[in-house]
Design a protein around this ligand. Sequence first.
Ligand SMILES: [Mn+2]
Length: 323
Amino acid sequence: MGKSICITHGKDVDGLSSAAIVKMVTNADVILSDYDTIISDLTMVEKVDELYICDLGMNDRTEEGFLKQVKRIRKFAKVTLLDHHPMTPSVHSSLKKMGVKVYHNLNECASVIVYLALKHKTKESAKLLASYGAITDYLDLGPEASGIIEMYDRQFLLLEATLLSHAMGRKTDLRFRHRLVDALSEGVFPHQIQGITKYSSEQAEKVSLLMKSVKTKGKKKKGLAYFLTEEHSTGNVANLLPGAFGVKVGLSLKLNSRDESYDVSARGLSSFNGHLGDIMAKVSSKVGGYGGGHRLASGARIPPGSVTKFLNAFDKEVLAAQR
Ligand SMILES: [Mn+2]
């Protein structure tokens, strides 16, 4: 077997589960990447026979560099892209022309897509990994995901998946995340991984405190509620806002002390009619940032000093989408 590398989204369970399935089949070296580091990570790929890219979408800003690197890598390696982020038809056809194997589906999470693509070579535990990704990415109702989840005890899967997501919220270092990927690829259950119950209950405690502070520190606009934070997991905060303020969209903005920019997470209730990924891409580029994502969950990075303008424009879009 040749040498394989898997570059995956290193910030959530779906990304880690995807990589664990790829590793189970190919014994790939795993690189934990993100939307803003994907290009530099691709640049380092040398001397490899196969490259897998999982759970990482492109935006206006990264599209060109991404395609350029994939073209370079295609000269010496097979490339397979498995993802569920929105993809423009032109990117899709460029990838195809380069001979990249593309598995793309907006209705399933990346780990379900990876599982289906490699199904004939995986072990039974890959199905569990696919379920963890689907549950934590809120795509457990996907046609394929729901079929897989039905074959198991739902409450057991929910427990295992949320142990992972909570532990990742608490313990953010790369070493721990690589340890998770390795254990998962070997078929270890999340509850059996050392430290995971401790980290996840610490995270649960943090979330319970956050539920209180979100009400007092959050603010409401016409169509959305938002929260400026220095907490680690912006996604957690954004999830709590719709409930606390009776709106359909929550935005959490985290200050990066390094350069005063903000990382933004948005979460929407299922009854929200707009597309938060599209809104995020539009509004963030308007203020000089970049972002995108899914219908009910999206993210961006926006430059220093752009928060007020960003929030006003986002609120307008949310209101327009609900009209
Ligand atoms: Mn995902």
